[in-house]
Design a protein around this ligand. Structure first.
Ligand SMILES: Cc1cc2nc3c(=O)[nH]c(=O)nc-3n(C[C@H](O)[C@H](O)[C@H](O)COP(=O)(O)O)c2cc1C
Length: 319
């Protein structure tokens, strides 16, 4: 299958505005989805939306021009609809709805992947959001293949299409599968696609050009979404699209330094060190040098210390 679109996945607590900024500068993504925002029984404030998606100050685009879509997670059709209207008014590039999150707190309060057990509720939420926002804005829905088995995946996908979504993003695992690599099932995504007329975006376990090709072949889609893979190899999207070489370690270190130097409003004291450590943990899958830095960075607390440490490493080129 021919590759058409590559989309940057939402990753709560990882892929924030600053990382989106960096990754969309060095890759050609078709759009990004924000981390999810939890919708309960009220309208979220402007402040909440701008914190989640500062790109709303820039007409819903990253500084390099990639559109960004706000992702909502909730179980109340009315409040999902109200908040979808608001996100669009503030400039979001469409709306994405999350029915895939497996986090205990989320499923415990009957949101995210929990709703995969109730296709009727999914239908109601998507219908109400579509009715509220009107026919024009793009509405996408992100799901897994099911809760603990895949038996209802077609019913879920058809409900989403009938409710008026423009596209569906499918992470090819059930909630129970978690992130187990051996559970990835791109071919069921392909079987779902055969039943739908709306575009299907395949997601899950794409870490290389070969993975992308296998995913496209098995899922019979033209569109893929990259999550953890882009953190492992920060230019993975361009590697897949243009056969670019992976960034070398010096280039990766420059990205890390840039991230570390970014002043982050209201940042907690350990924000930078936690985030840099987190990114290094992904990078070590492909860059052995990252494993060496992790214990050293662990000793550092302040933003200054981390920046100086990374600068020294870059200057010495001894890492
Ligand atoms: C740390 C983390 C946070 C995530 N946060 C979200 C989220 O906010 N919304 C969402 O729809 N999916 C979220 N996901 C799921 C990813 O978007 C993606 O579906 C999943 O990681 C599979 O793709 P991958 O194998 O390319 O990583 C998250 C995944 C991880 C690992």
């Amino acid at each position: 299958m021919q590759l058409n679109r590559i989309i940057l996945a939402p990753m709560e607590g990882v892929l924030d505005y600053y990382v989106r900024q960096i990754l969309t500068e060095i890759n050609q993504f078709d759009y990004c989805v924000t981390e999810f925002v939890r919708v309960t029984q009220h309208k979220l404030s402007n402040r909440t939306f701008y914190r989640l998606c500062p790109e709303l100050y820039n007409e819903g685009k990253t500084l390099s021009g990639t559109p960004v879509r706000v992702q909502l997670l909730g179980q109340s059709p009315e409040w999902m609809a109200e908040n979808a209207i608001k996100a669009l008014e503030l400039g979001s590039y469409g709306i994405d709805i999350n029915f895939g999150c497996p986090a205990k707190t989320v499923v415990g309060s009957h949101g995210g992947a929990y709703l995969l057990q109730y296709p009727d509720q999914i239908f109601n939420i998507v219908t109400q959001v579509r009715t509220a926002i009107g026919a024009i804005p793009i509405l996408s829905v992100k799901i897994r293949l099911g809760w603990d088995d895949k038996s209802r995946c077609y019913e879920i996908a058809e409900a989403i299409e009938q409710a008026g979504a423009n596209e569906i993003i499918i992470h090819g695992r059930t909630k129970t599968d978690g992130y187990k690599a051996e559970k990835i099932d791109w071919s069921t995504i392909g079987k779902i696609k055969q039943k739908l007329t709306i575009p299907v975006i395949a997601n899950g376990e794409i870490f290389s050009i070969a993975d992308a090709q296998n995913c496209l072949t098995q899922s019979q889609t033209n569109d893929i979404m990259l999550g953890r893979g882009i953190l492992n190899i920060p230019n993975l999207a361009n590697k897949i699209r243009f056969k670019h070489s992976p960034l070398n370690w010096q280039e990766v270190m420059q990205l890390l330094l840039r991230y570390a130097m970014t002043p982050i409003e209201d940042a907690k004291p350990l924000y930078h060190s936690a985030r840099i450590k987190q990114w290094l943990a992904y990078l070590r899958q492909n860059y052995p040098q990252a494993s060496i830095l992790i214990p050293e960075i662990r000793q550092l607390k302040s933003q200054n210390e981390i920046c100086n440490f990374l600068k020294t490493k870059l200057d010495n080129k001894s890492n």
